[in-house]
Design a protein around this ligand. Structure first.
Ligand code: BES
Ligand code: ZN
Length: 460
C-alpha cells in the first residue's frame, strides 16, 4: 500500500472534499436548540450516506436525544493491524448573536485572509471540518488501495455541544460493538500554526444554572426600592464571592482532588515556549486573570476554574425602566481537573449559595451536564507512532499538550470501553469556535486529511 499515492490523491481531490464539507456545513445541526432537531437528524443521515459511499456499513442509531452514527469497515484479511475507533461530533453550537456574523453561518464560503484561505461557517472547526479530515483520509486510502489499512469503526455523536446526555447509556449498551484497540478523537487543536499536538489531558465540566426570586412580581423601584429585596443585588454578591482576591474559587472543598503537575511534565510544558502575551494579545488582553500564583499555561491546562457564562434579570431592553425585578439568574460553569468530583462540587456550590440567601429570597437550580476531567496515558505504542507521523506532515514536531476544553467522550472511552484515546485535531486558537465568524483554515483541512493518512499508515 502506497502512502505517497494516497497523499497525492488527497491533494488532487481537495476541491471535491471541500464541497462535501460544505454540504455538511449547510445543515444547521444545533443540538441545544429543540427547533433544530430535524437538522440534527438530517446531519446524521448525511454522514450515514457519506460513509456508505465509501463502502462502510453505516447506520443511524436513535437515542432519547439526537441520533448517533456508527459505521464499520473490515480491514485487510489476516492483518494484525490494530482496530481503530474514530470519534467526531456533527452537532454545533448556537449561532447567536447573529448580528455579529459577517455572513450566514450556514452558508459556508472560502474567504481569503492575511493568514491564507479559511472556510467560514458554524461548525467548520468544531467539529464538522475536523471529522471530515478523517473521512476524507479514508476516502483517499480506499480509492488508491481498494481498502483501509486496518479495521475502523466510525462513531459520530450529535449531542457533544449539549453535554452528551445520551452518551453513557449508548456506550454501555454498545460495548461489544464499539470496542477497538485504540480510539482516535478529532475535536482539538494544533499547538500553534507550525506544530501539531496530541492532547493528553482535558478538563471536566460542571454546568449550573440558578434563579433567585424575591418579591412575587416585578415592582416599581421608587415605590418599593429600599424595603424590597433586589434579587439582582443578591445574585451579584454571591457571584462576586465565588473567587477570592488571589483568584481561587471559594466553594468549600473545591480543590479536593486537584493534583500538582509532575515535575517532568511541567518541564516539558515549559519547553514548548507558550507565548501567553500573544495568546492574550490576539484577543485584546494583556494580563492573566486566573490564580495569581500560576502560569497562564497551568491556568488553562491543569487548574480548575469557575466562570459565569451568562447573567440575566430586570430590564435589559432599549432605553431605561425603573424596575425592581422579582428574579435574577445566572449560568455558571466549572472546569475540573484531576479527580475533582463534579457531583460533590454541585452539592457544595448549591449549599454555599443557599447559605448566603437573605430573608424573603428563594433559589432554584438546574444542572447542565457533569463530566470529570480525563488524563490519557501515553504509553500505548500508538502515541509515539502518531507523533512521528504528525511530525512528518507539519513544519515543527508534534507535542504532547493539555487542553482547557472538555470532551466528555474521552474519559468514557477509557472508563466504559477500556480503550486509550488519542486526541488529535487541527483547530487553531483563532478559529472562534462557539463564537460568531467561526472558521477553519484551509491548511488545517488539507494538512489534517494528510495527517490522518500518515497516521493510518503508521498505526497499521
Ligand atoms: N472541541 C471542543 C472542546 C475543545 C475546545 C477542546 C478547545 C480543546 C480546545 C468541544 O466541542 C466543546 O466545545 N466542548 C464543550 C463541552 C460542553 C458543551 C459539554 C466545552 O468544552 O465547552
Ligand atoms: Zn464545541
Amino acid at each position: 500500500m502506497s502512502l505517497d499515492a494516497v497523499l497525492s490523491r488527497i491533494d488532487a481531490n481537495l476541491p471535491d472534499a471541500t464541497e462535501r464539507l460544505f454540504e455538511l456545513l449547510r445543515i444547521p445541526s444545533i443540538s441545544t436548540d429543540p427547533d433544530y432537531k430535524d437538522a440534527c437528524d438530517t446531519a446524521a443521515d448525511w454522514l450515514v450516506a457519506d460513509l456508505q459511499s465509501l463502502g462502510v456499513t453505516a447506520s443511524k442509531r436513535q437515542t432519547p436525544g439526537h441520533p448517533m452514527v456508527v459505521g464499520h469497515f473490515d480491514g485487510p484479511k489476516g492483518s494484525d493491524a490494530p482496530h481503530l475507533l474514530f470519534y467526531g461530533h456533527y452537532d454545533v453550537q448556537p449561532v447567536d448573536p447573529l448580528d455579529l456574523w459577517d455572513r450566514d453561518p450556514f452558508d459556508p464560503q472560502i474567504e481569503e485572509t492575511a493568514n491564507g484561505p479559511v472556510i467560514r461557517a458554524r461548525g467548520s472547526s468544531d467539529d464538522k471540518g475536523q471529522l471530515m479530515t478523517f473521512i476524507e483520509a479514508c476516502r483517499a486510502w480506499i480509492a488508491v488501495n481498494g481498502t483501509l489499512p486496518c479495521a475502523i469503526t466510525f462513531f459520530f455523536e450529535g449531542e457533544e455541544e449539549s453535554g452528551s446526555p445520551s452518551l453513557v447509556p449508548f456506550l454501555e449498551a454498545s460495548r461489544d460493538e464499539l470496542r477497538a484497540d485504540v480510539a482516535l478523537i478529532c475535536d482539538t487543536g494544533l499547538f500553534d500554526s507550525r506544530a501539531p499536538a496530541i492532547v493528553t489531558r482535558l478538563r471536566g465540566l460542571l454546568g449550573e444554572e440558578l434563579t433567585i426570586t424575591g418579591a412575587s412580581k416585578d415592582l416599581h423601584s421608587g415605590m418599593f426600592g429600599g424595603p424590597a429585596i433586589n434579587p439582582i443585588r443578591v445574585l451579584s454578591r454571591i457571584i462576586a464571592g465565588l473567587h477570592d482576591d488571589t483568584g481561587r474559587v471559594t466553594v468549600p472543598h473545591f480543590y479536593d482532588g486537584v493534583p500538582e503537575v509532575a515535575a517532568d511534565i511541567m518541564a516539558q510544558w515549559q519547553g514548548l515556549g507558550f507565548d501567553h502575551q500573544s495568546f492574550l494579545g490576539d484577543v485584546g488582553l494583556s494580563t492573566p486573570a486566573g490564580e495569581q500564583d500560576r502560569t497562564p499555561l497551568e491556568m488553562i491546562w491543569s487548574r480548575p476554574t469557575c466562570e459565569v457564562n451568562g447573567i440575566s434579570g430586570g430590564y435589559t431592553g432599549k432605553g431605561f425602566k425603573t424596575v425592581l425585578p422579582s428574579q435574577a439568574s445566572a449560568k455558571i460553569s466549572f472546569r475540573l481537573v484531576g479527580t475533582q468530583d463534579p457531583l460533590a462540587i454541585r452539592e457544595n456550590f448549591r449549599a454555599l449559595v443557599r447559605s448566603q440567601l437573605p430573608p424573603d429570597c428563594t433559589v432554584t437550580f438546574s444542572g447542565h451536564g457533569a463530566s470529570a476531567a480525563s488524563t490519557m496515558a501515553t504509553d500505548h505504542p500508538a502515541f509515539e507512532a502518531a507523533r512521528t507521523a504528525l511530525s512528518e506532515e507539519w513544519p515543527d514536531p508534534a507535542a504532547y499538550v493539555g487542553a482547557g476544553g472538555s470532551i466528555p467522550v474521552a474519559g468514557h472511552f477509557k472508563g466504559i470501553l477500556g480503550m486509550d484515546a488519542m486526541l488529535i485535531g487541527f483547530g487553531r486558537d483563532d478559529d472562534q469556535i462557539h463564537s460568531p465568524n467561526e472558521k477553519y483554515d484551509m491548511e488545517s483541512f488539507h494538512k489534517g486529511i494528510r495527517s490522518w493518512a500518515r497516521i493510518l499508515d503508521a498505526l497499521a
